[in-house]
Design a protein. Structure first.
Length: 304
């Protein structure tokens, strides 16, 4: 979009704000913003462009949208005593001595989960003002998706329901301590423990687009490192609230988790990013030919 005379501009999606970034020549006066609709976005919630000049005057224009019906998977997770004994002391060392392990688990699964989501939003603000990625994102080779995006999980303990939470991203499994490659080029903006996610790496790809790699047994990069597509970030593991060795992988737009499947699909990136920019007469980003007739089909070793 173009915001003539604006000092700042952004896109609001419900109660969330997505910043915009300059693109093209100064004469074009154009800005680009990646917009993410969370899995629970309410149909009819406003989406609008807001611009502000140096004097603080603001103007907004709504963006027409249509939200198609969506259906997300459900699953049940059985919590066993051995799991509580292993994970609760690790993730909640400050737990009162007399607190039952199950109560500690619920604190972790609810409160620490919310803390992690808030931290992902905060880290989402640490992004480059230009695209750092190129082409489609890659799924680690020989991995199988066994937990899907926006999966509602019911937790069961001794035959009764104890909690319900939503799982973001994909869980990818192959072999124990498998190499974890960067899905695309970017800069590492976070490494370390991230509550339920355990040892985590977050890579920024620019314009608010980031990828998250969690439950790692080992981290081989540090904040500020530039990484290439396919570069090893660490090894999969069981840190955090993981039951078995696997990689928890997310694609984030301004800290909002979106389905990774689209970003693994070169055609989707061409149609939703490259083509609109070309039609607006703006420079190509993402290393995608907007006029390509055919693309490599997306990988389908996932449960769509």
């Amino acid at each position: 979009f173009r915001a003539t005379g604006a000092a700042r501009s952004s896109v609001t999606v419900g109660n969330m704000v997505a910043p915009s970034f300059p693109i093209g020549s100064p004469e074009q006066n154009a800005r680009v913003a990646l917009i993410a609709l969370p899995y629970d976005f309410t149909p009819g919630a406003p989406i609008a462009i807001t611009a502000e000049d140096e004097a603080g005057n603001t103007a907004s224009r709504s963006i027409p949208s249509e939200l198609r019906p969506r259906k997300f998977p459900r699953d049940t997770i059985e919590i066993k005593e051995a799991f509580l004994q292993a994970k609760v002391p690790e993730l909640l060392p400050q737990r009162p001595a007399g607190q039952p392990l199950l109560d500690g688990f619920l604190v972790i699964n609810r409160d620490q989960r919310r803390q992690a989501e808030a931290e992902k939003r905060r880290i989402g603000g640490r992004t480059a003002d230009k695209p750092l990625w190129e082409g489609a994102f890659v799924q680690p080779r020989n991995t199988k998706v066994f937990s899907n995006f926006a999966e509602t999980r019911t937790y069961i303990y001794e035959g009764r329901d104890i909690d319900t939470q939503v799982h973001f991203g994909y869980d990818l499994a192959s072999t124990k301590q498998a190499p974890v490659p960067a899905a695309n080029a970017g800069v590492v903006v976070f490494t370390g423990a991230l509550t339920i996610y355990g040892n985590t790496v977050i890579v920024d790809h620019g314009l608010g687009l980031q990828t998250l790699y969690a439950h790692l047994s080992r981290i081989d990069v540090k904040e500020g490192d530039k990484v290439e597509k396919g570069q090893e970030l660490g090894r999969s593991g069981t840190t955090g609230l993981a039951i078995g060795d696997h990689l928890h992988y997310e694609v984030l737009v301004h800290g909002v988790s979106v389905t990774p499947l689209e970003w693994w699909d070169l055609k989707w990136i061409r149609d939703h990013i490259a083509k609109p920019l070309k039609q607006a007469g703006l420079p190509e980003i993402a290393g995608v030919d907007a006029g390509a007739a055919e693309d490599t089909p997306p990988r389908r070793d996932v449960d769509d």
